[in-house]
Design a binder for this molecule. Structure first.
Ligand code: FCB
Length: 438
């Protein structure tokens, strides 16, 4: 169904999201090397071994990009700060050019009447810290706390909101268990440690930002609906395990100070010493919860060690990522968060779809994207009608960008980017949304 601002509560915010490594061009401005550069340089990890060296060249074209964001009629912009751009060694001496860049970006947003929503870490770990064990090393909580102080002492007075870490599941499980993202490990012990240290770092970062007097601090969690592949008890059990290590571990860790039993069944023996003592730090009070949502997975049991499950191809229409389109899952997760944390405002901090968009005659026609967004906004409205305190919705993404291990092929943007000429062309979905937001 189509919508306008009037279909949402007064003050509901519409925004778009990006992340540093995916758009900026990491080769520019004296940024230090990251584990994504090494991961991408290793054959077989990334489609065509593409990396973020140039990306969308947002580092030089940010003013044009912010103008386009303003033209969309957005209220708020979710961007991330690259740790390696600010601290090329991961710790120690800041890179003045990096700090200046985020300073200008924040001012540029404010000048255009846009609220800056900062995420401190969206996956480009400085290589020197990866060399010291990265997320497996408990010291990362101190390193991240120091980075938080350096960047937020500079821009924390002007950002509208801040969240420490984008998608703990991806940092932990996707990167250390499945090996699909940097550092590309497939090791359950590394996974358990990374999953816990991510939350410890989240807590430390929130503490630092509170200490700086900042408010409107939240956590951003990605969630994937776990659908039992059939009606059997075994499939229900497998889906519950998936739900536990994917969706519940981080959210319940932060909100309830405990990890689900179904996740500890496999991860427990590999957790770092005395992990239970860290919840005092992990459970820092938050001001909002962010949900990143794209799809569901159909889960069936599989032979072998824990988690003993597999993903089964599903029957629903799919995006260019091969992800099933399932708006009901977004409704379910908003409702779940709302039940778990009834006093906290919720934001959908990412939602959108990749589509094989082509530029023809200066235009990009992407009705699929608009339909996807409409269906998910419907789910948002249903959740609000049922009592959820949902305050805003961010589209992933403002523009086509580096889709990690899948390179530049998967187009998520409201704005088309020609990766040869770097020309930006707003797609039909951009124009339609601008019209509705007006
Ligand atoms: C999310 C990431 C984002 C992008 C989208 C498609 O998991 O936060 O960087 O890759 O998926």
């Amino acid at each position: 169904m189509t919508w306008t601002r009037k279909d949402f509560p007064e003050g509901f915010l519409f925004g778009a999201a990006t992340s540093a490594y995916q758009i900026e061009g990491h080769a520019f401005g004296k940024a230090g090397p990251t584990h994504w550069d090494s991961f991408a340089a290793t054959p077989g990890n990334v489609v065509r071994a593409e990396d973020g060296a140039r990306a969308c060249d947002h580092y030089h074209r940010w003013q044009e990009d912010l103008d386009l964001l303003q033209g969309l009629g957005a209220d708020v912009y979710r961007f991330s700060t690259s740790w390696a751009r600010v601290l090329p060694e991961g710790t120690g001496t800041p890179n003045a050019e990096g700090l200046d860049f985020y300073d200008r970006l924040v001012d540029g947003l404010l000048e255009r009447g846009l609220k800056p929503a900062a995420t401190l870490y969206h996956w480009e770990l400085p290589q020197p810290l990866a060399d010291r064990g990265g997320w497996r090393n408990r010291d990362i909580a101190d390193w991240f706390a120091d980075f938080t102080a350096v960047i937020m002492e500079r821009i924390g007075d002007r950002v509208w909101s801040a969240a420490p870490i984008n998608e703990p599941w991806c940092v932990g499980w996707l990167s250390h268990f499945l090996g699909h993202h940097a550092p590309g490990l497939r090791d359950i012990r590394a996974t358990a440690r990374a999953m816990h240290h991510v939350l410890l770092s989240h807590g430390r970062s929130i503490e630092v930002m509170r200490g700086l007097g900042m408010g409107n601090l939240g956590g951003v969690f990605n969630m994937e609906w776990a659908n039992p592949a059939d009606g059997s008890q075994e499939a229900a059990g497998a889906a519950a395990t998936y739900d536990a290590y994917y969706n519940r571990f981080f959210l319940e860790g932060v909100l309830t100070g405990a990890y689900p039993e179904e996740a500890l069944e496999g991860l427990g023996p590999h957790m770092p010493d005395n992990w239970q003592d860290d919840f005092a730090t992990i459970c820092q009070p938050l001001d909002w919860i962010g949900v990143n949502y794209y799809t569901r997975k159909n889960i069936a049991p599989a032979p072998g060690p824990w988690p003993a499950l597999q993903e089964i191809d599903g029957p629903l229409p799919k995006t260019q990522m091969g992800w099933e389109i399932f708006p009901e899952g977004l409704y379910q997760f908003i409702t779940r968060v709302s039940t778990l944390a009834p006093d906290l405002p919720i934001y959908v901090t990412e939602n959108g779809m990749a589509n094989p968009d082509v530029l023809t005659g200066g235009a990009v026609n992407d009705p699929e994207r608009l339909a996807y967004i409409d269906a998910h906004l419907d789910a948002c409205r249903r959740a609000i009608a049922d009592g959820a305190d949902l305050r805003g919705y961010f589209i992933w993404s403002l523009m086509d960008n580096y889709e990690w291990a899948l390179g530049y092929e998967k187009r998520f943007g409201l704005i088309h980017v020609d990766f040869e000429t770097l020309q930006r062309t707003p797609k039909a979905s951009y124009h339609a949304i601008a019209e509705r937001l007006r």
